[in-house]
Design a binder for this molecule. Structure first.
Ligand SMILES: [Zn+2]
Length: 261
């Protein structure tokens, strides 16, 4: 900027000299000294603009405002890092954000050990290009025990993937399922627009933590649910080395606890 102003001033002086029809030595001075100076400063300004622009791009990429993350899988812990706005469901049994984080961390750990590259993110999503993306959540309801597990996706092509998860989780999860995309938060999840996924982006509501009996069931199985999610991802990506967790199947649990449906 300073250089541009300086060049401007030099040009003004040059024009003034020309206008006043000054004698030859002025014109000589002008062309021998001022013109090259103007050119030099012009080039310098271009360099400075170029470097400033590069630095700006670098900063924006570092802050992940532009650019993208690339990995096999994106694992998001829902609401993580949020201090304002909706920070997740809560009940005397649990804070959703804590459970989301614990499950997301465990899934990430297992997948990384199996050689899968994982972009582990919180509520602030980077622009990402992955094979598969999962956002981990637990639901809350003002009327306890009126919700349950559910799945969200922004693209109908991801429905088959969602159904495969539902089939797997249903083998163990003994509570109710809500329909896919049963809320706007699921069907129009803000994260969909940030992630380019080859196989799909699912928001997994893993159960209702405002339902006490369900929250207790979930609480003691968070790690195993994480293994189940990691197993699901490994199956989808054809990765070896992640086995099914030792989870009691739904039938056995319902039988033991005497649950009625
Ligand atoms: Zn949530």
């Amino acid at each position: 900027m300073v250089f541009m102003v300086y060049v401007g001033v030099l040009k003004k002086i040059r024009d003034k000299l020309q206008y006043d029809g000054l004698p030859n030595f002025s014109i000589i001075f002008l062309y021998k000294f001022m013109e090259p100076t103007i050119k030099l400063f012009k080039i310098l300004s271009l360099f400075i603009i170029f470097f400033a622009f590069t630095f700006l791009v670098y900063l924006l990429m570092k802050k992940q405002i532009i650019g993208y993350k690339s990995a096999d899988v994106l694992i998001q812990a829902g609401h993580e890092g949020r201090t304002t706005g909706y920070t997740g469901a809560q009940s005397p049994c649990a804070k959703e954000m804590d459970w989301n984080r614990d499950v997301a961390d465990e899934v990430t750990k297992i997948l990384r050990e199996a050689g899968v590259s994982v972009a582990r993110v919180g509520a602030t999503l980077p622009i990402a290009k992955v094979k598969l993306a999962l956002s981990i959540h637990f639901d809350g309801s003002t009327a306890p025990c009126s919700s349950g597990a559910s799945i969200g996706y922004g693209n109908l092509e991801h429905q088959a993937l969602a159904t495969r998860w539902k089939n797997l989780y249903s083998t163990y999860y003994p509570f109710d399922w809500m329909n896919d995309n049963f809320t706007d938060n699921l069907s129009s999840y803000y994260g969909y627009k940030y992630v380019f996924s080859q196989k799909g982006f699912l928001v997994l509501e893993l159960g209702e933590l405002t339902c006490q009996k369900e929250a207790i069931w979930l609480r003691y199985r968070l790690k195993k649910i994480a293994v189940l999610i990691a197993y699901f991802v490994a199956q989808e990506l054809d990765v070896q080395g992640v086995s099914l967790p030792p989870l009691q199947p739904k039938e056995a649990f319902v039988h033991d606890e005497g649950f009625m449906y």
